[in-house]
Ligand binder design. Structure first.
Ligand code: ADP
Length: 548
């Protein structure tokens, strides 16, 4: 019989993070730009005390373990308190993306059977319209002080967040329970069909937080000032509210103020060293910084993920602004981090251009995640940087089921058991660096050959007159599909279809060059800031390619 270890079995609980931060980084600041417009500052110690009071308030409202506490809120200190106050007391924190359509918000709240909804001031009109459609919600809490409460509202029994917190004495002990208890729920954005819920556990969230803070991942430390641009409603701001507590970093929250000017000013005034966000956010910030000839003085590195980081953006941040870009890949079903691109000591000996090629990839898995690429028969493909296949993953923070689903989403990899299919198509090189070529549904299938839409977009984004580009499949009588490029030009820039197509010569195989270019004023984005390919394909479904 195996011999058992004799170590303490401390459950991995989210409350332990906030207790640790309060004890060991108690006077480190949390700074928030509020919806109300002003700047709020307090410390990790205050977060912990107020989270305890909030846990008491939830209990007083009759919330019982397992109840879902929904949020509709920007990045800010009250949102952070809800993260800890709910999960810490065995309730389940359910962050809802306010950028979704109102019907989707109601659908998600009903699917999760939320019993409480906490929301920021600017969502008051939205909730007034929606509350009749969300019968499971017993309590609505407006995240503000008494002076901002509306004089009249159609929301039944609207509660004031500050009043609830202030009514409690904080005499509360974080309970101990099974680490596999649900801690939070995030829904995928539902670009195909209904959104689906990923239910994280305390254990998975803590292991994700440990791993993501490591040097070859996000490299977080107590010396950092971290500004998550990625919203707390987008896969828990990629776990930063948890990993910041592990290391005791200062946190800066931008609230709803996500335009280039507001972000830049906050980066500078608070001495931000590290940030994270999707490429579209950096487009806005970089345009502002460039136009106004500004420089970052404290900002050192950023994680970019959620969609492919165009190499041109990586180059601008690294070469013009001295900001290290860590390209990362992940998804809601992975809490979200899967891979990050950081150079190994072997790669640090490579010439700079080759290093850049590595950094442009989505990177290596962090310990805790295992990946493979498989063909349509479930056979694993070689890691040679050439073979491309369906990316599958498994690990400590990968879902094994969607909330409320009857069927398992997992697939068999021959001889290696059950894995989660990501829906992405990728290559993996001999050093274990993964590169996404496409989402399987976005890949352009031309005469049986695949063309990577990401490759086509990356080339367009390297043209100085291009602000944003999206490559989609367009119907073709002979080839079935051919690439069509949809482009937004930079303000006042001149660029013709022919000039842009000529730019592709020598940068990609001739047969992969787009058949046509259309210029538009704006490219549609999803609620998490990704290009909405489905909508674009719909918009251009009758587009006639030249010669087709
Ligand atoms: P949703 O699937 O609901 O849009 P997620 O944020 O979970 O929301 O999206 C995960 C998907 O985003 C991945 O499966 C992948 O297609 C894409 N993605 C994430 N990071 C990257 C990246 N660095 N490069 C390319 N695609 C990415």
């Amino acid at each position: 019989m195996a011999m058992m270890g004799q170590m303490m079995a401390m459950p991995l609980l989210i409350s332990s993070l906030i207790q640790h931060a309060a004890r060991h980084a108690g006077d480190t600041e949390i700074v928030s730009k509020r919806v109300e417009g002003d700047l709020h500052r307090y410390t990790w110690k205050d977060v912990e005390l107020r989270s305890r009071k909030l846990a008491q308030a939830f209990a007083r409202l009759g919330c019982a373990p397992g109840d879902r506490i929904a949020t509709l809120a920007w990045n800010g200190y009250r949102h952070l308190e809800i993260y800890y106050g709910s999960s810490g007391s065995a309730l389940v924190c359910h962050t809802i993306n306010p950028r979704l359509f109102p019907e989707q918000i109601a659908w998600i709240a009903n699917d999760a059977q939320d019993s409480v909804l906490c929301f920021d001031l600017n969502f008051l009109p939205l909730i007034e319209k929606l509350c009749a459609q969300m019968p499971s919600i017993k309590h609505y809490i407006l995240m503000c002080g008494r002076s901002h409460m509306p004089a009249a509202t159609t929301i039944p029994n609207l509660l004031c967040y500050e009043e609830l917190v202030e009514a409690e004495n904080g005499d509360y002990q974080w309970p101990l329970f099974d680490e596999n208890t649900a801690s939070s729920i995030c829904y995928t954005s539902g670009t195909t069909g209904h959104p689906k819920g990923a239910v994280y556990s305390h254990r998975s969230s803590l292991l994700h937080a440990f791993a993501s803070a490591m040097p070859d991942a996000m490299d977080c430390s107590a010396k950092d000032v971290i500004l998550p641009v990625v919203p707390m409603f987008h896969v828990n701001a990629w776990g930063l509210p948890y990993s910041s507590a592990i290391v005791g970093a200062k946190l800066v929250f931008p609230g709803p103020h996500l335009d280039g000017k507001s972000l830049f000013e906050l980066f500078e005034s608070e001495g931000v060293t590290f940030s994270a966000g999707v490429p579209t956010v950096w487009l806005g910030l970089l345009t502002y910084v460039k136009t106004n000839k500004l420089k970052f003085t404290t900002f050192k590195r950023t994680v970019i993920g959620g969609s492919a980081c165009p190499p041109a953006m990586l180059a601008t941040l690294m070469d013009d602004y001295g900001v290290e870009v860590i390209h990362a890949w992940g998804m809601t079903e992975l809490s979200p981090l899967g891979t990050l691109s950081k150079l190994t000591s072997k790669q640090l000996l490579l010439p700079p251009e080759q290093q850049r090629k590595v950094l442009e990839k989505q990177g290596k898995v962090i310990y805790g995640i295992d990946m493979a690429i498989i063909d349509d028969e479930g056979e694993a493909l070689p890691w040679d940087g050439e073979a491309s296949g369906n990316l599958v993953v498994r690990g400590h923070w990968v879902i094994n089921q969607y909330y409320g689903a009857k069927e398992s989403p997992l697939v068999d990899v021959k001889g290696q058991g059950q894995w989660f299919p990501t829906g992405d198509v990728a290559t993996i090189d001999g050093d274990g660096f993964m590169q996404i070529t496409d989402r399987s549904k976005d890949v352009i299938k031309s005469g049986g050959e695949w063309i990577s839409s990401i490759d086509l977009e990356n080339i367009a984004m390297a043209h100085p007159a291009v602000h944003e580009a999206a490559a989609i499949a367009s119907r073709h009588p002979k080839w079935d599909e051919r690439p069509l490029l949809v482009v937004v030009r930079k303000p006042n820039a001149e660029l013709t279809r022919e000039e842009l197509l000529a730019f592709y010569e020598g940068r990609i195989a001739k047969w992969q060059i787009p058949d046509d270019v259309v210029f538009v004023a704006e490219i549609p984005h999803t609620a998490t800031g990704k290009i909405q390919k489905l909508k674009l394909r719909e918009q251009f479904k009758d587009h006639r390619l030249p010669g087709a």
